[in-house]
Design a binder for this molecule. Structure first.
Ligand code: NAD
Length: 365
């Protein structure tokens, strides 16, 4: 069975790094990889030569029994794949309502890495968490790069400078990593989340938890956030506004799965901030937590810099690719053994990821 990896377009990452390719091969797969696929993550074609056939994009597309890419291929290329091929990508069917039917019509078996449930059992396969953690780390470094001020407190012969104040909105995977990174750089950090469970985690990282009373109960949502009422969001925005005016950096990571990002920083709040302050909006690809965010752009409004980079993991392509590859390997092990497929739709992880297959009827799984 041929397992094929094209070069990513508009992304520095590669879905399979050479050191993990050997382990994928050991599952009984023949690996094909497009020339130059690892180049922007600093892997050469020679690095792959002992475990994979390095070939043209056309060969990769035409021979694939299983095709793996981080970003979905354009339709013209998907159409070139063999009928019945498995295509693994981040298809985001939660947001792209047409993709399921589209792949079914092309007679392809779609597998979406972002649909693997975020459960304890599937943690080692969770690309969303791997990438969010990198994004949280890089968000802080990006903020430090743009901020015309220091992060740590500085006592110098030329005078003393206070530490930067960082406000993190949303304390999930990305948010917690941002808090830890900002603390390591010496900033004073405050964070807010609608999930009460986040309070302890925030405090254990040495940050202050900002509580907004009256959030909807999320205890039945399997660890996910639930959508909040407009009334709650209004109260939250007022609380955020008071703190935003005193913050040098705001990092927003609030999301509710499958929904447009909640608006936490309207224009008026941004306008209360001190000139030179920085907002890093991680939710840019789902509409942004800040009203002024533009996806994949850096904009300035009244001297406030707003960064809407939707692929911060791409700024750290080597480790991002290593983690991505490990997540993919762990996932492949759930349905490939000795070169044979065993797609068991009774398995919750498989059922989540194989989004174009019919789920088994109640009682059969
Ligand atoms: P997550 O689900 O682990 O965390 C999101 C947090 O937001 C949750 O803790 C949730 O309770 C909280 N939240 C929801 N509504 C809120 C509200 N109104 N106020 C405060 N908190 C609220 O998600 P994650 O994996 O950490 O990802 C966070 C965001 O970062 C997502 O939008 C994701 O798409 C994005 N992301 C961006 C990049 C990038 O490179 N820009 C990379 C990975 C993830």
């Amino acid at each position: 069975m041929k397992f094929a990896i094209p070069r990513e377009r508009d992304d520095t990452r590669v879905a399979l790094v050479p050191e993990v390719a050997g382990k994928v091969k050991a599952l009984g797969l023949d690996i094909l990889i497009e020339q130059g696929a690892g180049a922007s993550a600093y892997y050469t074609d020679e690095d792959y030569a002992s475990v994979a056939t390095v070939t043209s994009r056309q060969e990769v597309l035409q021979q694939a029994d299983i095709l793996l890419s981080i970003n979905p291929l354009p339709d013209e290329e998907l159409k070139q794949l063999k009928k019945g091929a498995i295509v693994i990508s981040e298809f985001r069917p939660f947001f792209d309502k047409e993709v399921t039917d589209k792949l079914r019509k092309m007679e392809l078996r779609g597998v979406s890495m972002d649909m693997i449930p975020r459960t304890t059992l599937a943690q080692a396969m969770d690309v969303l968490s791997s990438m969010a953690s990198i994004a949280g780390y890089k968000a802080v470094l990006e903020a430090a790069r743009h901020l015309p001020r220091y992060f740590p407190m500085m006592i110098t012969a030329a005078g003393s400078l206070r530490p930067a104040k960082v406000l993190v909105l949303g304390a999930g995977v990305a948010g917690l990593q941002a808090i830890a990174t900002a603390r390591r750089l010496g900033a004073m950090v405050e964070a807010s989340d609608t999930r009460l469970a986040a309070k302890e985690e925030v405090e254990s990282l040495g940050a202050k938890f900002v509580m907004v009373e009256g959030a909807r109960d999320d205890s039945g949502a399997g660890g996910y956030a639930v959508e909040q009422s407009e009334e709650f969001l209004q109260r939250q925005r007022a609380e955020v506004q008071a703190r935003a005016a005193k913050s040098d950096v705001i990092i927003t990571t609030a999301q509710v799965r499958g929904r447009k990002a909640p608006l936490l920083l309207p224009k008026e709040t941004v306008e209360q901030m001190r000139r030179g302050s920085v907002i890093i909006d991680l939710a840019a690809s789902t509409g942004g937590n800040c009203e002024l965010t533009q996806d994949n752009k850096v904009v300035e409004h009244n001297g406030i810099i707003i960064v809407g980079n939707s692929n911060l993991a791409g700024l750290m392509p080597q480790d991002a690719s290593v983690l991505y590859s490990n997540n993919v390997l762990n996932f492949l092990k759930t349905f490939i053994k000795d070169g044979q497929l065993n797609v068991d739709m009774g398995n919750e992880i498989i059922r989540g990821a194989f989004f174009t297959e019919e789920a088994p009827a109640e009682g059969q799984g």
